[in-house]
Design a protein around this ligand. Structure first.
Ligand code: SF4
Length: 398
């Protein structure tokens, strides 16, 4: 932390070919820069073709502010019954425990606060939050976020966790942190021993690119898992960084291999200063279409748009329900195979749409129950089935 790259001079000393100048100074005056030496060491090319470089080095595009971008698009400030605590969903609350991060991500959704002042939650504020949680026992799940809570000293973080644990209705504590990615040496045995005292503790971390999965970051994740902390990962879809299906596939495979469950893939929020990172929503859907069938469900994150105006996370999926009748739902799988799923018999009474005449298979015939599936000819799986077991073919399946 003490050796973070924080100034233009330090940045240029580390990467002499970076264009300095007035733009960089203006960006950094608005959105602070900090890069841990470790994270800087992951940069392979000091230009915008490098994903790590893009995520941590300020660029002039951050000053572009189309009118639909907002400082707080999720309207967290409107859902703060106590300053520093967001209460949006009935059973969950989010505590902003610090405004400090070890590395300031250029795509951060809380650019309005991250790094503007580096402060940690006070005891007085923590008491106000604990009082609110006690008065609202429906809140059973508290997310400790920031900034990055794992930049706090172990003692300060313990003060937060132990106070939250004293609220009887708080069942689960989650910590949102990018420290395993940008400062993995912070995950010490001492920190893990402290976390163990406050289980169930869950951690969601924030890997965006396979290049971030290094021996050091994997070891940090292993230390947390070995301390009994289930790990999830929240990635953000970022233009030019990870917006190709193969990159997300590689990332998800590597995460699962290292006991980190891919949890969310976020559409970039409508935050000021991140327009150059935004991808169309259709790119996320393309990626989800690509992952399904290639990866196990365990390795597939949920693609969500965290809706503006505090609308919350909305899952966005390719459409797998093709049609419905009272007797059948017609579904499609990742190969394009159409399958008629029959509804329970007692729900179908009085509904008989079966065609009376000879017909050729189409979606209506599947919904009517005349056929059970329409099978694309040349999929690998279908070819294998036909080779292994020709009797799989039946007269009413196409
Ligand atoms: S670590 Fe999280 S809060 Fe901090 S800058 Fe990155 S995304 Fe924002």
């Amino acid at each position: 932390m003490a050796n973070r790259i924080r100034t233009t001079q330090q940045l240029l000393a580390a990467f002499p070919h970076v264009a300095g100048g007035a733009d960089l100074t203006s960006v950094m005056a608005k959105y602070p820069m900090a890069i841990t030496p470790y994270y800087a060491s992951l940069i392979r090319r000091a230009d915008s073709s490098d994903p790590i470089f893009q995520m941590c080095v300020p660029r002039s595009q951050e000053l572009s502010d189309p009118p639909f971008l907002m400082p707080d698009p999720l309207e967290e400030c409107h859902d703060m019954p106590v300053p520093g605590m967001v209460h949006r969903y009935p059973d969950r609350a989010l505590v902003i425990a610090t405004t400090m991060c070890s590395t300031y991500c250029r795509h951060c959704t809380r650019k309005r606060i991250a790094g503007t002042r580096e402060t940690n939650i006070t005891k007085r504020r923590l008491e106000q939050i604990a009082a609110y949680l006690t008065e609202h026992p429906q809140i059973s799940d508290v997310i400790v976020s920031g900034g990055d809570p794992l930049t706090m000293s172990t003692e300060h973080l313990e003060m937060v966790l132990s106070r939250l644990r004293q609220v009887p209705s708080v069942q689960i504590i989650r910590i949102g942190t990018r420290v395993p990615v940008v400062l993995p040496m912070r995950i010490t045995d001492e920190l893990c021993a402290m976390l163990r005292k406050y289980h169930p503790i869950w951690i969601n971390t924030h890997f965006n690119h396979p290049q971030e999965l290094t021996p050091e970051s994997i070891a940090a994740c292993n230390r947390l898992s070995d301390a009994g902390v289930p790990l999830g990962n929240q990635s953000v879809l970022l233009r030019g960084v990870n917006d190709r299906p193969q990159i997300i596939e590689q990332l998800c495979r590597a995460l699962v291999r290292n006991r980190v469950r891919p949890y969310y893939l976020y559409q970039c929020d409508l935050v000021r200063g991140v327009e150059h990172f935004r991808t169309p929503v259709s790119r996320g859907m393309e990626i989800m279409e690509y992952l399904r069938g290639r990866l196990s469900g365990l390795a597939i994150p949920m693609f969500v748009v965290d809706a503006p105006h505090g609308g919350g996370k909305i899952p966005v999926l390719p459409n797998y329900v093709v049609s419905q009748s009272p007797t059948h739902t017609v579904l499609r799988n990742y190969e394009g195979m159409l399958i008629a799923y029959p509804e329970p018999q007692d729900r179908c009474e009085g509904h008989s749409a079966m065609p009376q005449e000879e017909c050729s298979p189409g979606v209506w015939e599947l919904a009517a129950g005349a056929y059970s599936r329409i099978q694309p000819e040349k999929t690998v799986r279908h070819t294998r089935r036909r080779t292994c077991c020709p009797s799989n073919e039946t007269a009413r399946e196409y």
